[in-house]
Design a protein. Structure first.
Length: 668
């Protein structure tokens, strides 16, 4: 029988359970050891690790490969005689390995037949050790399917991986897979444990060979009684160190044997009082180490690259956070600026883009009067006329009613108007104005009393009286009118024509004292009747230019489809607006509340903020839109119709008016 087919590991011994003659050698078949499933157990100090080492030494002597999973760091003593690659997690190993080395370790063990000690005890991180063992076992199983080469995997303290109670982790599942299916691929496993009661019974009962060293704990001896016999359960407590019961599938009987003593350094022996001397260990080939070191270097480079990338990522994340904060600050500032701008716009007073056509006609008439009087040499009167026309347009027709109410039923001035008008005059001229208001308007020289100044008294008959009257007003004196004589307590309340009728001023409160430009020319009876006729002819031409508007306005009050005057005014305001402004209103009506920038862009604008808010301001001041919050504006056509209507309109009237306005802006 060749040594390569069997290895001698023990001799038979006498005692309870011994069936053979003591002293006979005990041989084990190599193929069964390498490809089968074995189990070695015994309490601490009973010799179980020595038995595993003896089997390992015999296999190494014959050039067979194996991988030892060392839990307690007690197998490195094999390096005293054998060239074994010792890998783990500390500097005591030939090379420090991680999960990245798992495939290379399996490749060296199976493909290059390199014996390896995988020292799990050298890892401080238990999870890292388990991950490495899992990956090595997985790669061994995968490569064994292709290699079909006998190989033994020896696992210390297997009860930690394949426990009887509790869940089996990923390592245990992989070891069970090797135990069940590894034999057909040439991959065998032997488990070593000092607590057989804690090892999964499915594994123990399926083993091809079992070695039972001394056991004393009741639960462990019960396992012996259930698996082999109660006779051996009693005798297993009395076994000597290194002595065991050997049970195999290839032998018919259970033998009591004494295993040989290992030849290499016993690193697992209990330390004594003698000085410990570490033996000189053999080193492995530099080529083997260099292959694993290459992986370590690549890993270090990868980790360095990962570190650099993480630092770069952290910098970018920090920069992103800074930019996001700056962006948020900018948004807050923009929002505050918009709110501030809207607050200012809500309180702006002045220019009114919703001025009606009638008011503009009044302005043009006032300008025409100023041009006529400018032709007669009244330079000062032109300036005052412009101021008077602006006062008339801002105040509207309300002052006409106030001035008319001051006249009596016969057209004569009443006493009630005197104190009201006199209140606006200086104290030194109040009595004189009050006296002159009762005089008849026959002679222009008696219309008013000139102030007592160094300046010459104004001529009430020259140039229709306007030039001198304006000059007198500029100097703070009372106005003296030519033609139709004007008289009153303050010179601004009434004007008496040749036929005895009186005209009230349009704006008694805002026009300069003693001046009224909104009057009708006298038919006769004044010294400058020719000038007034010329003025009437000139204004007639202006009236003809507005005939079309008058006919259109009058048509709204007649016929079955007539429109109220205020609707016509609103439509006129819309038509006179810039096209882009109307398109912005069209956008608000169609889309609802939105920002001026969006409305301006939709209306064909460039989206410029200044231009957008300028157009939007015109709509807001005219009352067509209103601010609804957060920088957004919404149309208010219905509310505007109710505001402009002279009386409370019905729902139908409001709908009709809004429909007309929508048709004007192109949204009907």
């Amino acid at each position: 029988m060749a040594e390569t087919e069997h290895i001698t590991v023990a001799t038979t011994s006498a005692g309870v359970g011994g069936t053979d003659e003591p002293g006979r050698s005990v041989d084990l078949p190599v193929v069964e050891l390498l490809t089968g499933r074995g189990f070695v157990t015994g309490k601490s100090g009973s010799g179980k690790s020595n038995t595993a080492s003896v089997i390992a030494e015999k296999l190494l002597d014959n050039g067979f490969g194996l991988l030892i999973v060392d839990i307690d760091g007690e197998y490195y003593g094999l390096k005293e005689e054998y060239e074994i690659l010792h890998v783990g997690g500390d500097e005591e190993c030939d090379i420090q390995v991680t999960v990245e080395h798992a495939e290379k370790i399996a490749s060296l063990a199976l493909e290059q037949n390199v014996p390896i000690i995988l020292d799990i005890s050298s890892f401080l991180d238990q999870e890292e050790a388990e991950d490495l063992l899992t990956e090595v076992a997985r790669h061994l199983f995968a490569k064994a399917k292709k290699q079909k080469q006998p190989f033994l995997m020896l696992v210390e303290e297997c009860h930690e991986w394949i426990p009887e109670k509790g869940s089996v982790n990923e390592v245990g599942q992989m070891l069970i897979k090797i135990g069940k299916r590894g034999r057909k691929h040439g991959l065998g496993m032997v488990g070593i444990s000092q607590r057989p009661a804690d090892v999964k019974k499915d594994y123990i009962t399926q083993c091809d060979w079992l070695v039972w060293h001394r056991l004393t704990w009741n639960n462990d001896t019960k396992v012996v009684g259930r698996i082999i016999d109660s006779e051996y359960a009693d005798a297993v407590e009395d076994l000597d160190n290194g002595e065991a019961f050997l049970m195999t599938d290839w032998a018919e009987t259970i033998r009591r044997v004494q295993f040989h003593r290992k030849q290499t350094f016993d690193a697992g022996a209990t330390p004594g009082l003698d000085d410990f001397e570490r033996p000189e260990l053999k080193s492995v080939s530099d080529d083997l180490v260099s292959e694993l070191e290459t992986i370590s270097e690549e890993k270090e480079q990868t980790q360095g690259r990962i570190k650099d990338l993480r630092e770069e990522l952290d910098k970018k994340n920090s920069r992103i956070a800074e930019l996001e904060k700056e962006l948020q600050d900018a948004r807050d500032m923009t929002r505050m600026a918009e709110q501030f701008t809207e607050a200012l716009l809500d309180h702006v007073e002045g220019y009114n883009p919703g001025r009606t056509q009638k008011e503009k006609e009044r302005t043009r008439q006032a300008q025409l009067r100023g041009a006529i009087e400018d032709g007669e040499g009244a330079d000062d009167g032109e300036e005052v006329a412009d101021e008077s026309s602006e006062a008339e347009s801002s105040e509207g027709e309300s002052t006409d009613d106030q001035s008319a109410g001051s006249d009596g039923p016969d057209g004569e001035p009443t006493d009630e108007s005197e104190p009201a008008s006199a209140a606006d005059e200086p104290a030194d001229s109040a009595d004189e104005s009050a006296d002159s208001s009762d005089e008849p308007a026959d002679t222009p020289d008696e219309g008013a009393v000139a102030p007592d100044t160094d300046e010459p008294a104004p001529d009430g008959t020259s140039g229709g009286g306007f030039g001198d009257a304006f000059g007198s007003f500029a100097d703070g004196g009372p106005a003296i009118s030519g033609g139709g004589e004007r008289a009153g307590a303050d010179g601004a309340g009434e004007a008496t024509t040749a036929d005895g009728s009186t005209d009230a001023t349009d704006d008694a409160g805002d026009e300069p004292d003693g001046l009224d430009l909104d009057f009708e020319p006298a038919a006769s009876g004044n010294a400058d009747g020719g000038a007034e006729v010329a003025f009437a002819d000139a204004t007639a031409e202006e009236d003809e230019s507005a005939d079309a508007d008058d006919r259109r306005e009058s048509s709204t009050d007649e016929g079955p489809h007539s429109q109220p005057r205020f609707v016509v005014d609103l439509r006129t305001e819309l038509e006179e607006m810039d096209e882009k402004t109307r398109r912005m209103l069209q956008y608000y009506v169609e889309q609802g509340a939105d920002t001026p920038l969006n409305a301006h862009f939709s209306a064909g604008g460039s989206g410029d903020r200044t231009s957008a808010y300028a157009h939007n301001r015109e709509l807001r001041l005219a009352g067509f839109v209103e601010h609804v919050g957060r920088g957004r504006y919404a149309p208010r056509l219905k509310a505007l119709v109710r505001e402009r209507a002279p009386d409370e309109p019905s729902a139908t009237d409001v709908v009709d008016a809004v429909t007309e306005l929508r048709s004007t802006i192109g949204t009907a």
